[in-house]
Design a protein around this ligand. Structure first.
Ligand code: HEC
Length: 91
């Protein structure tokens, strides 16, 4: 009985940590958030600073459109992860 509980606990915590990691994978985040409305634009369109502004602007659009659509808006940490992913691809 006790062993089963330990195994279950382990499984749950493994799943939680896998999810946290997945959530902060900038590529996955960009794919899941940005494609809610349109395809991913070419990375070369902006430099890192330009992307930060654009993503902040997109977050505003998401918030505005949320009222009539089921939309997920990225958290601050998720926006940071997306920006880090983009910056790493620009170099
Ligand atoms: C709620 C829907 C929605 C989501 C989600 C969304 N966008 Fe947009 N996006 C738009 C709309 C609408 C436009 C065109 C109007 C405009 O540019 O204001 C646009 C235009 C753009 C453009 C072209 C205009 C420009 O400023 O260069 C880029 C680049 C862009 N989006 C990037 C992104 C990225 C990156 C994400 C993910 C973080 C994202 N978008 C998520 C709705 C969305």
């Amino acid at each position: 009985m006790k062993r089963l509980q330990i195994i279950l606990l382990l499984l749950v915590s493994l799943q939680v940590s896998a999810e946290t990691q997945k959530n902060l994978d900038g590529k996955e985040l960009a794919l899941s958030y940005c494609t809610q409305c349109h395809g991913l634009p070419p990375l070369k369109k902006y430099d890192a600073a330009g992307w930060e502004l654009t993503i902040e602007r997109m977050r505003g659009i998401i918030e505005n459109m949320k009222t009539n659509k089921e939309l997920k808006s990225p958290s601050d940490a998720e926006v940071q992860a997306i920006n880090q992913f983009i910056a790493s691809k620009l170099n």
